[in-house]
Design a protein. Structure first.
Length: 293
């Protein structure tokens, strides 16, 4: 039992190490030391839809230079779409690179009384992996493959407001205006041969308030999976301090009172959108702390 639990820890360690390596390589490429001369240059901020420009300025996105950002969150989720089903608590740690679509998400939760669950979702080097275990050692569910790769690419995009640096245009991310909707913009993310997109909505203050996509793949109750609309909402924007866990000092190039902090949403929730249009809220999170690595 201890050996099986240890194998899960070792797997997480390898994935996190590979995530940091991929992030470092992406940072070197962005600085020009490994640039792809054949790739189209990223959009300039001036080429973006005005609502995106305003948000990036409010969030001071250009001043952030994090390689890997880790957020600790307290969450609740439902196993069933039934409105009467109880909420279950979970503790979540998300480590993500804002410069390349790569992340590792791990959680601990209670499935039923006396039955604990530990699991992780990761997308590293363009490959997605899902692994859940009862009590942290007994295999319960695992998955990989093209559809999971796509879904986890969408997940990275939905998590991007948690580090505004990730919302900047890049070789992977471009922005498009939504005709007739000045407060909306479509983000198009391409990586590892996969392209996904979704529409971000910005509120009257210019802050990101929601994300909606048709590229999320949902598991079906009777088995199988299908793409369905997926909606994420963001609230509670505030400036949060970032603990520096790097060996070389500050993980940010911000100056003055903004050094070592990010302006991010602290509450988010996700809904499955059924064919009838009904929104089924199934998970919600509250940010506890941020740290750089």
């Amino acid at each position: 039992m201890g050996w099986l639990r240890g194998s899960f820890d070792r797997l997480e360690g390898r994935l996190l190490a590979e995530l940091r390596t991929e992030a470092a390589e992406a940072g070197a490429a962005a600085n020009g030391s490994a640039a792809d001369c054949t790739a189209a240059p990223p959009q300039t901020v001036g080429e973006l839809p005005p609502c995106v420009q305003r948000y990036l300025e409010l969030a001071d996105a250009a001043s952030c230079k994090y390689m890997v950002l880790t957020s600790t969150q307290i969450g609740q989720f439902k196993y069933s779409a039934d409105d009467a089903s109880p909420w279950q608590r979970m503790k979540v740690t998300l480590s993500a690179s804002p410069s390349v679509p790569a992340f590792h998400w791990s959680a601990r939760c209670t499935f039923k009384p006396l039955i604990g669950m530990r699991g992780s979702d990761s997308r590293v080097r363009g490959s997605g992996r899902l692994d859940w275990r009862l009590w942290g050692w007994l295999p319960a569910h695992s998955a990989n493959g093209p559809e999971l790769d796509r879904t986890l690419l969408v997940r990275w995009l939905a998590d991007a407001p948690g580090c505004p640096q990730a919302m900047l245009p890049s070789a992977s991310l471009r922005w498009e205006a939504v005709p007739g909707f000045e407060s909306e913009a479509r983000a198009v993310l391409s990586h590892g041969g996969i392209t996904v997109s979704g529409v971000f909505t910005f509120d009257g203050e210019g802050l990101v308030s929601s994300f909606r996509t048709d590229d999320y793949v949902m598991p079906l109750a009777g088995g199988g999976q299908e793409r369905r609309p997926w909606l994420v909402r963001y609230r509670g924007h505030t400036r949060v301090k970032v603990a520096d866990n790097t060996s070389g000092g500050s993980g940010s190039s911000s100056d003055g009172d903004q050094q070592g902090s990010l302006f991010v949403p602290t509450d988010c929730e996700a809904c499955r959108v059924e064919s009838s249009g009904r929104e089924v809220l199934y998970v919600r999170f509250q940010l506890e702390k941020l740290s750089s690595h």
